[in-house]
Design a protein around this ligand. Structure first.
Ligand code: UD1
Length: 422
């Protein structure tokens, strides 16, 4: 197991290229299983979660070829002869549960293990399963597995309202419906850019989906989808993470390239309230930090609201703001494992139910801290960048799941991060 040893504080000055989105790539990979011919995806990041999903897909007999130099992935489902996604693979990453929709779409049946994933809070899949049942798919559970089947080649479909709106359930139901449901309506569907991108890819493959980008998606089955060439989008969470990192140190000046600012929802407006300089271009974002940053309270919401995947990083930033702020997570209620770790570095955070109150500005001092999940880990790395002295971030394997070349990207702009064995 690796750890990061960080010497701080260091301003970040220079340019960081943004990688392809992890969360958007996974559904595109699942969608490739629905094509009659191979699909080539580009802008696929080199990340552990992508490798894990490649393995899950390969288990079905599908041919998967990842080119790490080009960041491209070719998926050829011609040999798909096994509709089984085993626990050993699925437990490593929750999004592997997309195999349920993809295999229903491809073969009309599936046996998929219930997922594992991040170590925060209850993350149920009840909506995915209820949605499939509403579609007309038969769902059974046995010994940790979900069995999906259907009596004919198609189901009539119907209508299902997601409450709460769920990114994963929306994606799974779309994957299942496009080739199997005569007419299926998803209400309160997720509007996240990852869902929109999946719909655009499926449309290009030949699917019939109406209402893309709105809360009501109407899907009518088509018999065939073709494999295509398709580009993934830049990672909006990575973009937001580096925007926050740029604001942390008063002398930082960062340019982010290869981004898609349109996918950031309301985040730039919230960011503006900090009082730092920000210039947004078509695919670049420039940030010059300020001597003092304002405390800005946030509440996570579904898109275009503040993403839950950026709340831990925001809390770290608020330790350096001049005043009191709060971070409330309304999407996941107990995603605060980073709080005691930030306090070990000298921050002053208090959790009450799903709200953290942060008293800034507190000087941070290097210490050893433990990563517990992907976004918590990156928030600790960011704290290490402004903490005085040496910080050790243990268990960085979480970061390798979701941030492409994190230490290289940060070291190139002035950070001092060494990867060592723990
Ligand atoms: C995805 C993202 C994750 C992000 C989250 C919210 C991927 C791989 N992961 O996760 O990084 O934090 O969206 O933006 O893209 N819920 C239910 N029942 C269900 C499904 C969800 O009650 O069957 C609830 C969840 O507990 C949560 C809310 O719905 O409170 C939203 O979760 P969801 O959008 O499904 O998150 P994921 O798709 O798992």
């Amino acid at each position: 197991m690796d750890k990061f040893v960080i010497e701080g504080p260091t301003p970040l000055i220079g340019t960081i290229p943004i990688s392809g989105s992890k969360n958007a790539a996974l559904p595109l990979m699942a969608a490739a299983l629905l094509g009659n011919t191979p699909t080539r995806l580009s802008l696929i990041p080199r990340l552990q979660d992508i490798y894990t999903f490649n393995n899950v897909i390969a288990e079905t007999g599908t041919d998967v070829h990842f080119n790490g130099v080009e960041n491209s992935l070719i998926i050829d489902p011609a040999g798909l002869n096994n509709t089984y996604a085993p626990y050993d693979l699925v437990r490593k990453m929750r999004a592997s549960f997309y195999m349920l929709g993809a295999l229903i779409g491809h073969s009309g049946e599936a046996k998929v293990s219930l997922p594992g994933g991040c170590a925060w809070g209850p993350r149920p899949v009840d909506l995915h399963l209820q949605g499939f049942e509403k579609m007309g798919i038969q769902i059974k559970h046995d010994q940790g597995y979900v069995y999906a089947s259907m009596s004919g080649e198609f189901v009539d479909g119907g209508e299902f309202t997601l409450e709460p709106s769920s990114v994963g359930a929306t994606i799974n139901l779309i994957l299942g419906a496009v080739k199997r449901a005569r007419h299926f309506v998803i209400k309160n569907a997720a509007k996240e850019p990852d869902v929109v991108l999946l719909c655009r890819m499926l449309q290009k493959m030949g699917a019939d989906i109406e209402g893309i980008g709105t809360g009501t998606l109407t899907i009518r089955k088509v018999d065939n989808l073709r494999g295509i060439e398709f580009s993934n989008d830049p990672d909006r969470i990575e973009t937001g993470t580096y925007m926050i990192a740029a604001a942390l140190h008063p002398r930082s000046e960062l340019t982010l390239t290869g981004c898609k600012p349109d996918d950031l929802g309301n985040f730039p407006q919230t960011f503006n309230k900090l009082g730092v300089d920000i210039e947004i271009g078509d695919s670049t974002i420039f940030i010059r930090s300020a001597e003092k940053i304002n405390p800005v309270s946030i509440k996570t919401k579904t898109y275009p609201g503040f993403p839950t995947d950026l709340q831990a990083q925001w809390a770290t930033l608020m330790t350096q703001a001049n005043g009191i702020s709060t971070v409330t997570d309304t999407v996941y209620f107990d995603r605060f494992s980073y709080v005691p770790e930030l306090n070990r570095l000298g921050a002053n955070l208090r959790v009450d139910k799903n709200k953290v109150t942060i008293h800034g500005k507190t000087p941070l001092k290097g210490a050893a801290v433990m990563s517990t999940d992907l976004r918590a880990s990156v928030s600790l790395v960011m704290a290490g960048l402004v903490a005085e002295g040496t910080s050790e971030i243990l268990r960085v394997y979480h970061l390798d799941r979701g941030y492409e070349k994190l230490e290289d990207k940060l070291n190139r702009v002035g950070a001092s991060i060494k990867r060592e064995s723990q």
